[in-house]
Write a protein that binds this ligand. Structure first.
Ligand code: PAF
Length: 286
């Protein structure tokens, strides 16, 4: 695996693949890799001749009181994991390389960015959209893969790619990969390592309560009452607060009061022991 930390080295490596007529997949990450990321890498391998992974803890998507400094960083371990998966190219720029002196452009995707995590983490999706657009322009992959765990992020990136007529990758080549879960159902996340053993056990209530809520809704229960019961179940299990628990249109993320004919998604963000967990699942025809 070749590692590039400078843009010209990255571009030379990509040009070599391209010169050989090879297709290229990109898996953007912030490192602290787990089985969820490795699943994206395996999927990427199945879809392109060459696989590039980026590792960049993007400061612009963290709010002032968020966990930028505490965010886990384990470059040597990540490299070992990526080598073992047969990744061809690691793009690991530092902050000065990504945001040089004078950097002043922000991409803001209205609508789909605004509710849910966009409401509880102001500016978060501007940071995500901007860095992902840069990563796409730097690597110019044929296909890019993202975990469905960050459902809203995926919707924001698809919208941006369409709106800006990006072609490398084209909007249709942004692939969402189903969430990888621990044995007890908790969605894998680099932030799960913040949880104490006690909170880690209680955290499994999140996917369980979500599945129960979905069963009730699919059996005809009222959406609002079911969401309140879901919030209560989380509070009873030891979650300190619920940022949101809502059903939305799976593509536009418009909040729904009733299930319709288009795919819907249950989205939840809740805090336990100072750690913010998010999850989402299909509802009904979704
Ligand atoms: O999902 C992530 O890890 C990040 O938000 C991403 C897409 C790599 C952008 O920094």
């Amino acid at each position: 695996m070749q590692t590039a930390t400078e843009l010209d080295v990255l571009r030379t490596a990509v040009a070599e693949f391209r010169g050989g007529g090879e297709s290229l997949a990109l898996v953007p990450t912030m490192g602290a890799l787990h089985e969820g990321h490795l699943t994206l890498v395996r999927e990427a391998r199945a879809r392109a001749d060459r696989v590039a992974v980026s590792i960049f803890v993007n400061p612009t998507q963290f709010g002032p009181n968020e966990d930028l400094d505490a965010y886990p960083r384990q470059m040597e371990e990540d490299k070992r994991l990526l080598e073992a998966e047969g990744v061809d190219l690691l793009w690991a720029p530092d902050v000065a390389q990504m945001y040089p002196e004078g950097f002043s452009t922000t991409i803001s995707v209205a609508g789909v960015s605004e509710g849910f995590c966009g409401a509880s983490r102001p500016g978060h999706f501007d940071g995500v959209a901007t860095v992902v657009c840069k990563l796409f322009n730097q690597v110019r992959p044929d296909v890019a893969l993202f975990g469905e765990k960050d459902w809203q992020q995926l919707a924001v990136i698809r919208r941006m790619t369409r709106d800006l007529d990006l072609t490398a990758p084209h909007a249709d080549a942004i692939l969402g990969v189903p969430t990888v879960r621990e044995a007890d159902g908790l969605a894998m996340s680099s932030r799960n390592r913040y949880l104490s053993p006690e909170h880690r056990e209680a955290a499994a209530t999140l996917p369980r309560a979500m599945r129960q809520a979905i069963e009730r809704i699919e059996a005809g229960a009222d959406l609002r009452i079911t969401m309140r019961a879901l919030e209560q179940a989380l509070t009873n299990a030891g979650f300190s607060s619920v940022d949101y628990a809502d059903i939305a249109d799976a593509a536009s993320l418009a909040r729904l009061d009733h299930l319709g004919k288009t795919p819907a998604r249950l989205l939840v963000a809740a805090r336990i022991g100072g750690t913010r967990l998010i999850d989402n699942m299909a509802v009904g025809t979704g």
